[in-house]
Design a binder for this molecule. Sequence first.
Ligand SMILES: [Zn+2]
Length: 199
Amino acid sequence: MTPTETVKFVHRLADLFPTFRYEAGTPDAWHKAGLAFVTPADASAAAINLARRQTFISLADLIGEIRRIRDERISAEPIPDPGTADPQLYKERVRAAVTRLGDGYGLGTHRALNAAPRRQGPPPAAYLQARGRTAEDETARAHRCPWPPCQAHPGASCVNPLGRPTAPHHARLVAAGLATPDTPGTLHPQLGTLPEELQ
Ligand SMILES: [Zn+2]
């Protein structure tokens, strides 16, 4: 805020806070102590938030509330890739992006990195490994799980009795042509046999 905006803002505080007394030196002091670095919109929003829950206002409360508003805004958007390997420049660009986000300006992008061209075919081995899945699991996932208690849709993980993702059920492996139906009750080689009450 400019010094003039700060004067106007501090005057308005008397309407929001019955205990607030405008004094000639207040705008200048508050301006230097922090309000110079915030937008009029954030200062107003913070004052209104505070007025809802307290009848007095201090500069510390106000700055704290403004910081909370800014943090909320910053955490809602990814910081874009600074696009440099130079540590100093990297730091500067990240800081500038955080300031812009905090001030409420968009960065003109919702992506942390530039979008890569859409990959064709099955996911790479590293992707599967990181998720504890095998290429065989991926093939099975393309099919709907025919096991009645699960019936996971194509592309979705099979779920265990608690609804948590689990390795493809035996029936799904059979549907994908990866197993034979000669071992009824078997879920997956790693999972052993289905408990009798669930068969
Ligand atoms: Zn399943």
